[in-house]
Design a protein around this ligand. Structure first.
Ligand SMILES: C[S@@+](CC[C@H](N)C(=O)[O-])C[C@H]1O[C@@H](n2cnc3c(N)ncnc32)[C@H](O)[C@@H]1O
Length: 246
């Protein structure tokens, strides 16, 4: 599938979804995102030292923007937030989450991760949650994020599926054969590392097999084993948080 076709699927999913389009704010959507909030809360606590005191935050691949609303409401009340996603239909629903979390997001608009309408070096925190594996153009995205990141700022990609080059075909097959709304992918930390050395961005991969949300019993057991044997997380399909700085 070519890039334009894939991006159109991502964009139009949010327009056509029966449970999370801007036309309907469903109970299922609400409950689903609350579960994800619990996981995000665990991640925020884990990276509190980095996240604390940030003043100008950008979220990319934000979907409906619930994560920024949660972060602003409970951790960064004073920060200025900009929320983006490739799909204008996703971003439209942010008003529901602003109401729920009683916050005002300063700016939200549709944008690709590699084409942001933002000035250089202005954000001290750029983050995404479970989105970077959808971005396809990783080098272009990281180059663009580096451009808008302040000198002492941080980029965090949270809760991303990762695996080694060796297990990529297997992991790719798995993620595309469980029900999903758009084509899925998996990040390979070694590839991200080589992009980062090319564009001169510092990168640390934090493998994190801890699962706040029990998606299924077999997956729960799988991640429990990975947690007990952390050396396997570098090789086998796992979950990671990716940290970048200048
Ligand atoms: C799995 S969803 C996660 C959305 C949101 N973070 C959440 O947890 O609800 C991935 C998101 O990435 C967005 N996306 C895909 N490719 C993108 C790109 N190149 N730039 C920005 N957003 C993109 C999709 O529209 C979708 O909202």
């Amino acid at each position: 599938m070519d890039l334009v076709e894939k991006e159109n699927l991502e964009i139009n999913y949010w327009r056509d979804s029966g449970f999370e389009s801007p036309k309907a704010f469903t109970k299922l959507n609400f409950l689903n995102k609350l579960q994800e909030c619990d996981n995000l809360d665990y991640k925020i606590t884990k990276y509190e030292e980095i996240i604390r005191d940030k003043k100008n935050v950008l979220e990319i691949g934000a979907g409906q923007g619930w994560a920024s609303c949660f972060l602003k409401s409970f951790y960064l009340k004073e920060a200025h937030f900009t929320v983006t996603d490739i799909s204008p239909h996703a971003v439209k629903s942010i008003t529901n989450w602003e109401r729920i979390f009683e916050v005002n997001i300063d700016k939200s608009y549709a944008a690709k991760s590699y084409e942001l309408a933002e000035k250089d070096a202005q954000f001290d925190l750029i983050f995404c949650y479970a989105s970077a594996h959808h971005f396809v153009l990783h080098e272009e995205t990281l180059t663009e994020l580096k451009r808008v990141l302040s000198q002492d700022g941080h980029i965090i990609f949270l809760y991303e599926p990762t695996c080694s080059k060796l297990f990529y075909p297997l992991h790719y097959y798995y993620v595309n054969n469980v029900p999903h709304h758009s084509p899925e992918d998996v990040l390979i930390p070694a590839k991200i590392k080589s992009i980062c050395s090319k564009i001169n961005l510092k990168y640390i991969n934090h493998y994190d097999a801890h699962q706040v949300i029990l998606r299924s019993i077999p997956l729960g057991i799988y991640f429990w084993i990975l947690k007990k044997m952390p050396f396997l997380q570098r090789l086998l399909p796992s979950s990671s948080d990716l940290l970048f700085s200048k």
